[in-house]
Design a protein around this ligand. Sequence first.
Ligand code: GLU
Length: 486
Amino acid sequence: MRVRFAPSPTGQLHVGNARTALFNWLLARGHDGTFILRIEDTDVERSTKESEASILEDLRWLGLEWDEGPDIGGGHGPYRQSERLHLYTSYANELKAGGHAYCCFCSPQKLEAERKADLAAGRPPRYHGTCRSLAPHDVQHHLDAGEKPVIRFKVPEHIDVTFRDLVRGDVTFNTDVIGDFVLVRSDGHPAYNFAVVVDDALMEVTHVIRGEDHISNTPRQVLIYRALGFAPPEFAHLALVMGPDHTPLSKRHGATSVSEFRERGYLPEALGNCLALIGWSPRSDAASAGAADELLPLGEMARRFSLEHVGHSAGIFDPEKLAWMNRHYMKAASSSRIAAESLRFFQARGFVRRRTDAALGYLESILPMAVGSVDRIEEIPERLAFLWSYDAAVALARPDVAHVLHEPGARDVIAALATAIAGPLLDRDAFRSVASRVKEQTGQKGKALFHPIRGAHLPPDTTVARIMSAAERARAFAAVAGTQGS
Ligand code: GLU
C-alpha cells in the first residue's frame, strides 16, 4: 500500500487537511504501507517556501512522519511538483500525440463570454470546444504568431465515468457535464488534475485519500488515467470538517490551523486523537478487549484504523472534546515535558526570564497545582500567577484584608494550616482537602478562611518547597501580620 498527502504550500496547515494527512498516515502505518509527502507547488503565485516549511513542521509535531518526501527523498522523487515539470511536459506531449489533448488559443475574454452565456442560459459553464478540431496548420499558424496555448484534455462525449469510492461507494459522473479542461497552462505549468494523475501514477500510489472537495475532480482524473494507460488507484473522499454549528470549519469558529492550536498550548496527541475521531469511529476488537475508549494514542489508532469505519456524513470538530482530551494528555505527560512546553508561556508573562535547568525544575515542581484544572498549557501561568503576583505585605496593607487577618479566627486558621499540611508539596486536590480540614477545624469560612491562607504564601523568590512549607508560611504570615503564628 502506498498513500500520499499532497498539500499545496499556500498557507498554514488547516486542521481539515491535517485530518486528511492523519487518515493517510494511519492507513499506511496500520498496513505496513508507505506514507508519501508530496508538495503541490505549481501555483507559483501563491506557493511559498515558508508555507512548505511550516506544513512539514506541523506534520512532524503531530507525529506524522513520512517515508518519502521533499526533505528525505525516496525512490519515486522528486517530491515537489515544481521539480517535475519535465515529466508533465512529456506526458502532455504523449496525450497530444495520442489525440487525447490539444492546443487551445482561446483568449480569456472569449472564455469569460462563453461562461456568462452558459450561466445566463442556465447551463453549467464549460468550454465550448472552439479549438478542439483546429487543423495542424492552424495550430502552427497560432504558434508562429507567438501565441502561448493552453493544453486541453479532449473529454470523450456522452459517457458515464464511474469510480469506486471506499467511503461513498460507486460514484458516477456523465462527461456531458465536463468540458474539455486545461491540463497545462499557457505558462507551461500543469493544472492540478493533470499533475496529480502523473504523480500518483509514477509514485505508484495505491490509495488516494483526500477531502470530498476533490470528488468532482476525480472523473477528470480517471479519464486522464485511462488516456495514459495507467490503472487508477482506489479513492476515498473524506467528508469535510464542520464547526459545532454544522458549517465548514473556518476562522469564525476560532483557531483553524495546526500551528494556532500548537501556539495555544494543545498537545499534539490531543489534537491528533480529536481529529482522528472526526468521521472515524474506532471499533473495539479482541485486542482492545471491547474498550469503547476514545482516548487512543497514534499507534493504537493505526492498529484499529480502517476506511470501512469512516463515515460519509460531515464530521464535527468539537472544541470541548479537544479540551477534554488535552486535559487527559496533559495529566498523562511527564511533568518535565509539560514544564518544557509551558516555559515559553511563563516567559511571555515575564515570570521566567531564561531557559535554565533551575527554571525548568521550579516549573516542574509547581505544575501539579495547575495541571488538571486547565484545558491548555497556555493557561498554566495564569493559574499559578499567585506565586508571582501575591505579595503578602501589599495584601495586608489593604484595610479589608488587614481587618480579616487581625480577627482572632485568622490565627486559628494559620495554626490549623500549619499542622494540616503534612508533606512539602501540595497538588490541587491535596490543597483542597487541607483547606477543608482547616475550615472544619476552625469554623472559619469565606474571606476569614482564604485571606489567612493566602497570607501564608511566601514571597515569589522562594523555591516551591519553601512556598509549600507550612511552618514557613505560618512564620512569614505571623511576621507580616504581627501576630503570633504557631
Ligand atoms: N494539493 C491538493 C490540495 O491540497 C491535493 C488534493 C489531492 O490530494 O489530490 O487540495
